[in-house]
Design a protein around this ligand. Structure first.
Ligand code: NAP
Length: 461
């Protein structure tokens, strides 16, 4: 009876995981996607808990309480802007769990391990351990616990690849001779070390992409564990995790016009350290009153949100601005760059939270042809994704990255606190154009002032 329940729960969970990913891919169905994933995970846990091989629930309960005590505060108190590092931490723990299960299986059943099982186990342990330390390093870089600049030295790639090759070679030997248990710790230690060495040459700027890649490794490790434990659900969930992680990394690389090799070996964050200062050139700044006068006279405004809007948590004020302008008959749309903010979908999530209609959120490819016809491009805390240097300056670190063509709008307004650069650490020539008005201030307060101007004293003008 339990076995039937477990199989049914696993089947339903697998279907729900697939549906969840499908629904998560569109804002209108994303909430349903999250719910489906939650129910799927609950079913997967229930199916596992009725397993006949469980002799005592004591340690499971301890793990459940401990995991919940860490996981719940992490989910509740971690701000949205820290989601990349939170994700890195959860990958680290997931990968460690997979690696430890593999290690336990190896020592418990050394004599019975077939070549196939031993191959899956080796893959699981190598990927699990390297993802564990790699994800911890990524977390440390994003949280500024370790230097986020790339640490590079001559022959680094050769050393790293050699290290991995030795780990794989020992694992290969163990597949043929599983009884040589004294060699197993070497595989674990080399994989742990490789995880650290893999991340130190990569700059903080590339961490979100690397985290997505590590996500894929953690998924592959879980899938290998599924083969080892003969558990279909783990194979399916691991494969989904692995492939979606790879696809996401590819999408992010494409949106930044980078290749995988460039991300892994490019030392991108170095630029951030050296090119940090903005040029001393005159810019035209304006007040909220002046900006509001132009905005209310416009017939179309395209808002470009970026990381600064997320930091300032200005999305609700942006919604008020949208309402104020729409009431005055201004056509307002939101231009969404695929890597605006610090994680894929960052802007969509924030704007959805503020109940801005989904049909007003327009992807980069679709909005770019509309920008030359827009009266105002209103940039709220975005920088790199609007930098025209990406189109023509071959020396720029963001050269080739597709950008939002805001410089083609009739008037450009930029809300940011100072002339400080964005994530890539470079100056933005957009700010020095004649048609650009710099609106200096915190995004939330400045947008609030605009709303006041538009709906307060100026109402009825
Ligand atoms: P950005 O280039 O990082 O610029 C953000 C701007 O926001 C800064 O120039 C900053 O200027 C301003 N800002 C910060 N706090 C603010 C506040 N409280 N109020 C107003 N402005 C504030 O952001 P982006 O244009 O969104 O570009 C994203 C960058 O992240 C790209 O380089 C992208 O490649 C990278 N990235 C994104 C992802 C992803 O998945 N989304 C992943 C990896 C890398 P001030 O300090 O002067 O205010």
């Amino acid at each position: 009876m339990e076995a039937y329940f477990a199989q049914f729960a696993y089947l339903a969970a697998a279907a729900l995981f697939i549906l969840s990913l499908k629904w998560l891919s569109h804002p209108t169905t994303a909430r349903r996607g999250v719910k489906a994933g939650e129910v799927g995970m609950a079913l997967a846990i229930a199916g596992t808990l009725v397993h006949h091989e469980i002799v005592s629930y004591q340690w499971i309960l301890v793990g459940f309480v401990l995991g919940s005590a860490i996981g719940i505060p992490l989910a509740v108190f971690m701000p949205m802007t820290h989601v990349p590092q939170r994700t890195a931490l959860s990958h680290a723990f997931g990968a460690l769990a997979a690696a430890l299960v593999g290690t336990a299986e190896y020592y418990l059943h050394t004599e019975q391990l077939s070549t196939f099982t031993m191959t899956a186990l080796s893959l699981e342990v190598i990927l699990g351990f390297l993802t564990f330390t790699g994800s911890l390093m990524a977390f440390g870089k994003l949280q500024d616990l370790v230097p986020s600049r790339p640490i590079v030295y001559k022959g680094q790639n050769v050393v790293n690849l050699l290290l991995l090759a030795v780990a794989v070679a020992i694992a290969g030997y163990l597949i043929v001779n599983p009884g040589r248990t004294e060699l197993f710790p070497a595989v674990a230690v080399l994989s742990l070390l490789f995880g650290v060495l893999l991340i130190i040459p990569i700059g903080g700027a590339d961490m979100p992409t690397v985290i997505s890649l590590l996500n894929a490794y953690a998924g592959l490790s879980a899938a290998a564990m599924g083969f080892m434990l003969d558990n279909n659900l783990l194979i399916i969930a691991g494969a989904l995790d692995g492939s979606s992680g790879f696809i996401l990394s590819v999408i992010m690389c494409r949106a930044m016009n980078r290749s995988f090799t460039n991300v892994l070996f490019g030392g991108f964050g170095q630029v951030q350290m050296t090119a940090g200062t903005a040029e001393e050139r005159p810019v035209r700044s304006a007040t909220a009153e002046e900006a509001a006068a132009i905005l209310e006279a416009a017939s179309s405004v395209i808002v470009v949100p970026g990381y600064g809007m997320a930091v300032a948590q200005a999305q609700h004020k942006v919604r008020e601005l949208y309402d104020a302008l729409s009431r005055r008959g201004v056509d307002v749309k939101f231009a969404i760059h695929p890597v605006a903010g610090r994680m894929p979908g960052h802007m969509n999530v924030l704007l959805a939270e503020a109940d801005i209609p989904y049909d007003k959120l327009v992807e980069m490819e679709e909005i770019n042809p509309e920008l030359p016809r827009a009266d105002v491009a209103l940039i709220i805390g975005a920088n790199d994704v609007t930098n025209p240097a990406a189109r023509h300056d071959k020396a720029s670190p963001i050269y080739g990255m597709p950008i939002l063509d805001v410089d083609k709008a009739r008037t450009v307004m930029v809300i940011k606190r100072s002339m400080s650069p964005g994530f890539a650490g470079i100056d933005n020539e957009l700010y020095y154009m004649d048609k650009t008005m710099m609106l200096f201030g915190d995004a939330k307060s400045f947008v609030g002032e605009l709303v006041k101007e538009l709906s307060g004293t100026r109402t009825g003008v």
